[in-house]
Write a protein that binds this ligand. Structure first.
Ligand SMILES: [Zn+2]
Length: 530
């Protein structure tokens, strides 16, 4: 009897069990078959399938069940979607497809950098959610934004007690609404006027909410060691994690000190401070041409600037200061500065200041070049590209294990102006030029710095790694052909080599084309949707 029943129940049980298994495993939303899976931790690649269900990674390995969609990705790398920790992509509101980012595998953008963010972060997030958009979005609270608000303009003085209290309240408000931390831009107005103590007080507020402090530091040239010491003081006094934004050494006079910079950062880390950094893989920077004009002549707004320029004495002093700055950085003139976007005269876009001076004034003496810089500022300013770093320093910074990659870019408008190529190329350039060609980094390590390292640093849960239950932000690319196609002279080309890019399990790039999908989420601090 016993023998007989098991003969009947045995096959029945097997039938029942196997149908349960297939119910549980099938259907996946999609399965990527036979990919070279690089999980984002820095671990070596494994060859496996990856299945996604309801926006999350369901399993990695030999996947028996089937997906509603299946792709054979043999020969291709399957990596976590890239996280760009330093963007100025507030303009995603105008261009929610964020094509330049998606085309280089970036699935998460951190906004609010260099001291500039939405003032009303909760409102900004709400608007974006109503609009819908392609990449995931997180933000920092911009110190410059809240300082301008609390002090009513760019004031060259410390805040009053009441103003400081208001700034603290604004930081706390932003953090409560989901910001990841506080950012500063200490070369820009009004951040340039903030003393260390002011930043410490505000960083303490961000730190109490488990936020990070990301800083465009006070100097990236002659004063960089004082600047780094200020960062270390802030990290220590406010007990806050710090991200040094776009770490670099600007100006030939300051080159060949990357090792010394990293030594100082390492000594602070040995003391117990969490200091990390990011960079873009280019030897030119980009910011407002206004940076060439001394702060004291601009302080107080445009009307005051024009007033001072009208005063012969003040103007002469301005000329003197600008020449001294050129000398200090060992630049013979302003030919290192190229006009990227100049509304008042777009015909100058793409020309350096010496060329623009030749074109508009018929000469390019230093005095004529300074006149050209001041003229641009008078007419509302321009953005510029500044050729000022060495590739050796760039590679030394890149080899440091805590360096992430970031575009420092907004959402590009195809064919508008002559912007820095980093907004189109950053991640693809690291993978093509610095991994495949120059072999500065191994592929797994480069991907770690674009994925798990930023996710860990900025406390983005469930992102930046390929593992079960993680959100399905995935970049599938060909490591043999991935390329940045954007150059300084001809920037408006998307990166190529990305076969599929998924955001929250939704296909956004297919064969280097944007699908138009807008599955992006707002990533609020600690309250990420589960
Ligand atoms: Zn910056």
């Amino acid at each position: 009897m016993h023998f007989r029943s098991s003969r009947i129940l045995g096959p029945l049980f097997i039938l029942l069990a196997s149908s349960l298994v297939s119910l549980a495993n099938e259907p996946y939303d999609f399965v990527l078959r036979k990919g070279r899976i690089i999980d984002g931790t820095g671990n070596p690649a494994i060859h496996a399938d990856l299945a996604v269900k309801e926006g999350r990674i369901a399993t990695i390995g030999k996947v028996a069940g089937h997906g509603k969609q299946e792709w054979d990705v043999s020969g291709l790398v399957v990596a976590p979607g890239f996280i760009d920790v330093h963007t100025h992509a507030e303009d995603v509101e105008d261009r929610p497809l964020a094509e330049n980012f998606l085309h280089m595998g970036v699935t998460t953008l951190i906004l609010g950098n260099c001291g500039t963010s939405a003032l009303n972060i909760g409102g900004f997030f709400k608007n974006m959610e109503a609009l819908t958009f392609s990449p995931n979005i997180a933000t920092l609270v911009g110190h410059g934004t809240i300082r301008s608000r609390a002090m009513r303009g760019s004031s060259q003085r410390p805040p009053t007690e009441a103003e400081l209290e208001q700034m603290k309240a604004l930081v706390h408000q932003g953090m409560k609404e989901g910001a990841l931390g506080l950012s500063t831009g200490l070369i820009y107005m009004p951040g340039v006027f903030a003393k260390t103590e002011e930043i410490i007080e505000l960083a303490k507020v961000a730190s109490a909410d488990d936020g990070i402090y990301a800083t465009h530091q006070r100097s990236e040239s002659g004063e960089i060691f004082n600047s780094l010491n200020e960062i270390i003081t802030i990290a220590r006094e406010a007990r806050i994690r710090v991200e040094i934004s776009h770490l670099k050494l600007s100006g030939p006079a300051n080159w060949n000190q990357a090792d010394k910079v990293l030594e100082l950062i390492e000594s602070a880390r040995a003391e117990g401070l969490d200091i990390t950094e990011d960079q873009y893989p280019y030897t030119a920077s980009s910011t407002g041409m206004s940076q060439l004009v001394p702060d004291n002549i601009k302080e107080g707004g445009h009307a005051r600037f024009l007033e001072r320029l009208g005063n012969a004495e003040a103007k002469a002093k301005c000329f003197e200061e600008m020449k001294a700055t050129l000398n200090k950085r060992k630049s013979p003139d302003y030919s290192y500065a190229v006009i990227a976007s100049y509304k008042a005269d777009p015909s100058l876009n793409g020309l350096n200041i010496a060329q623009a001076s030749e074109k508009t004034r018929g000469g390019s003496s230093i005095d004529e070049q300074i006149e050209t810089v001041l003229e641009i500022e008078k007419k509302g300013g321009a953005s510029g590209i500044f050729h000022g770093m060495s590739d050796a320093d760039l590679e030394t910074f890149m080899r440091h294990p805590n360096t992430m990659f970031a575009s420092d870019s907004g959402v590009r408008r195809l064919n508008a102006d002559v912007p820095h190529p980093r907004g189109y190329g950053t991640n693809a350039r690291v993978l093509g030029t610095y991994v495949r060609e120059k072999k500065v980094l191994r592929l797994e390590d480069a991907i770690r710095r674009m994925t798990s390292l930023p996710a860990t640093t900025f406390h983005l849960t469930d992102r930046g790694q390929l593992r079960e239950h993680a959100m399905a932000d995935i970049a599938v690319f060909d490591p043999e052909t991935v390329a940045d196609n954007s150059t300084y002279k001809d920037p408006h080309h998307y990166a190529t080599g990305f076969k599929y890019v998924f955001v929250n399990g939704v296909l956004v790039i297919e064969n280097d084309k944007h699908t138009g999908a807008r599955p992006g989420m707002i990533l609020r601090r600690r309250t990420e949707p589960r």
